[in-house]
Ligand binder design. Structure first.
Ligand SMILES: [Zn+2]
Length: 148
């Protein structure tokens, strides 16, 4: 991991749960270094991102369930052009889509920590890294990834 406090330059909008509270368990879990995703009580389907109903059986009975922070790189992109003014001096940086085989192959997004010009391998195993922004008001934590 680099010597920077955060993987991306500061100044991006801070993530917050939707006003209806749908994703609140996810964001609160990250602050405790826990990952919560939804699982359907009726058909046992795992799903990410958060929704009010199950994508598979349309049940409203979803339970936020803790998962282990391990997965494999499903896809990735090395970003060279800033997508936000706060990132004007940032590039390149790596965005990964991480698949979690233990949990119905749900896919979560984040940055791949380390050298932004490192080799990235599809299928490589990665572990969750919790990037805490404790000085923000309110504080938040980002889910990032690093090679196992
Ligand atoms: Zn279901």
């Amino acid at each position: 991991m680099s010597e920077r406090a955060y993987y991306l330059d500061e100044g991006l909008p801070a993530p917050v749960p939707e006003t209806d509270g749908l994703s609140r368990p996810y964001w609160e879990g990250l602050q405790r270094e826990e990952i919560f995703v939804q699982r359907c009580d009726k058909c046992q389907n795992w799903q990410w991102g958060p929704e009010w109903i199950c994508h598979k059986c349309h049940s409203f009975d979803l339970t936020w369930t803790k998962v282990e922070g391990q997965g494999r790189i499903y896809s990735w992109e090395r970003v060279w052009h800033p997508v936000h003014p706060a990132l004007k001096d940032q590039g390149p940086y790596i965005v990964v889509l991480v698949e979690m085989p233990e949990y119905g192959n749900i896919r979560m997004i984040g940055n791949l920590l380390g050298d932004p010009e490192q080799d990235v391998r599809i299928g490589a195993e990665v572990n969750a890294v919790y990037e805490h922004h404790k000085d923000n008001d309110p504080p938040f934590t980002l889910l990032q990834w690093a090679y196992s």
